[in-house]
Write a new protein. Structure first.
Lengths: 210, 332
């Protein structure tokens, strides 16, 4: 059977464009935040708006990266796997922006105040743990790290992202719990639970088949 | 030359605190209108007001007339005023939602005419006051107060009203009255936030009688020379400048004199976090964050350090004696 060359070319173009396209799309929040901050569009309390928005985008990127594998399997779209590392690094990127805006705008980059605050507020501690875990994953995200660690150990380490998901929702929940205002947290929690639950069910099925 | 020290109040003298032009122009306007109109004429602005949440634009119909600059010690800070747009666009008024922009967005549904305030409990002359009576009860004053939110931000707002003490004296509290409870409107039809269970509605606040009688405790009808926008607690609210903002109830419907300390809304919701007194105090942290510093809305830049919070929000020389000998760690 022969495939028309033109159709093949079209597919190649699409496959090749997915990654740069995703890169640009994932940069849009950052570009918007920089634009909004420099044009005074962030409301009366821009510091707080930046801390919140960067946190929101971290969570969204996290949902996205955890959706890559389920979507790849469900849609049978193997090309998606090539996006996983990039999306993961975006999670780390927005988490770092979030941590930096907090440390700079809220704490004035005072190390003493920062360490005191981490000790004082459980939800800050949880956020800090989640970011530290992400840092570890980002540092071992390149190809050579897989070779150094060995595929199996690398995989086990990078399952740490499930822990990041749980810590992030806990962090968000604790922040909002004081105001009894957890509807938004529940949405993220449900979505992440669904994405992690899908993995648990699949792992079980595979184990039963084996 | 008069030499002032910190015991007499808040010190000023930094060039950046020189009153900006629009502010002193607005004050001149106030002075001009003041000479023409008697205090009762404040009603003129009232009857025209529209029950919409509005950005505080200088629309003539909302302007309160006959307003005098307050002579109460400590009542007029010379610090830079917060933009009216920020003061009426960045609010905590959970009856309209928990987001800071919710009150400005949804408070348009609040109808403020007709409006009455019931005076109840341990007083010789209980009764129901219509807004018109309340407005005529004493001369309206402009007071420029610092507002410190428990969340760690602050503003400087020119309020219009008179000392709550004038109303209290009128209704003659009995000797047994020790506290004053302030009950605010909770109407699910006009206030979408009341349908959620964020707090136990209605929102109730309280003061000790001597706190309520303090001349700085303001029964407030306006801000920036105009009637209060709905999102800021129209048509009548309390402003207690030395306490965290949530102590100043908005859209008051009932004032009750009691012999027991009132159960306040936030104290009920989180007793370990929000005490009955809730005086601004940089030395007593909120269990979940420091209260040592604050961000002045619209003034402190993104990268500038937050400013130090002052004891009793800078009103220590006026109100410190109310708490002489009290353990402020225990009675937070």
């Amino acid at each position: 059977m022969t495939i028309k060359p033109s159709a093949l070319e079209g597919w190649h173009w699409f496959a090749a464009a997915t990654k740069p396209l995703a890169f640009v799309v994932l940069l849009v929040p950052l570009i918007w935040l920089i634009y909004a901050a420099s044009n005074n569009l962030l409301g009366a309390n821009p510091a707080q708006a930046l801390v919140r928005a960067s946190g929101d985008w971290t969570l969204r990127a996290l949902c996205l990266v955890l959706a890559v594998t389920p979507l790849r399997v469900v849609l049978n779209w193997s090309g998606l796997a090539r996006l996983r590392r990039m999306v993961g690094l975006f999670v780390f990127f927005y988490a770092t922006l979030h941590a930096l805006s907090y440390a700079w705008f809220e704490m004035g980059l005072e190390l003493a105040d920062l360490s005191k605050d981490i000790g004082k507020r459980p939800f800050i501690l949880v956020g800090f743990l989640a970011w530290s875990l992400l840092l570890l994953l980002a540092l071992t995200s390149f190809d050579r790290a897989v070779r150094w660690l060995g595929g199996r150990r690398w995989k086990r380490l990078h399952r740490g992202v499930y822990g990041v998901a749980l810590l992030s929702v806990l962090h968000f929940f604790w922040m909002r719990a004081a105001k009894n205002d957890v509807a938004e947290v529940a949405w993220y929690g449900a979505l992440l639970l669904l994405l992690l639950g899908w993995r648990a069910v699949r792992a079980r099925r595979i184990a039963m088949l084996a | 030359m008069l030499i002032r020290d910190s015991k007499q109040g808040f010190d000023h003298g930094v060039p950046s605190e020189i009153t900006p032009e629009p502010v002193y122009r607005a004050r001149r306007d106030l002075m001009r209108s003041m000479s023409a109109v008697a205090a009762g004429a404040a009603l003129a602005g009232w009857s025209d007001r529209q029950a919409f949440a509005q950005p505080a634009t200088p629309a003539g119909t909302r302007r309160l007339s006959g307003v005098m600059r307050s002579t109460v010690p400590g009542a007029v800070t010379l610090e830079r005023l917060t933009d009216a747009k920020d003061a009426s666009g960045y609010n905590n008024f959970y009856e309209f939602g928990t987001d800071k922009s919710d009150p400005a967005r949804y408070a348009g549904s609040l109808r403020t005419t007709p409006w009455t305030v019931d005076i109840e409990g341990l007083v010789a002359k209980p009764g129901r006051f219509a807004m018109e009576e309340l407005l005529k009860l004493s001369a309206l004053e402009e007071r420029v107060y610092r507002l410190r939110c428990v969340e760690g931000w602050s503003m400087v707002i020119p309020w219009v009203g008179y000392s709550l003490a004038h109303l209290i004296k009128r209704v003659q509290p009995l000797g047994s009255a020790k506290y004053v409870e302030f009950v605010t409107l909770a109407d699910p039809g006009m206030m979408p936030g009341v349908r959620s269970r964020v707090l136990d509605w209605p929102y109730v606040e309280g003061l000790r009688l001597d706190e309520a009688m303090h001349p700085l405790t303001l029964l407030t009808f306006g801000m920036y020379g105009e009637v209060l926008p709905n999102q800021s607690g129209a048509p009548v609210r309390l402003v207690v400048p030395w306490k965290y903002g949530f102590k100043s109830g908005k859209s008051l419907v009932r004032i009750r004199f009691t012999d027991k300390q009132p159960m306040t809304a936030w104290n009920k919701a989180a007793p370990g976090e929000y005490g009955f007194y809730s005086n601004v105090n940089p030395q007593v942290d909120h269990p979940r964050w420091s209260q040592a510093t604050e961000r002045r809305i619209g003034e402190d830049g993104l990268f500038s350090k937050k400013r130090k919070t002052l004891m009793f929000n800078g009103y220590e020389s006026q109100v410190g004696q109310l708490y002489a000998g009290m353990d402020l760690q225990k009675y937070f």
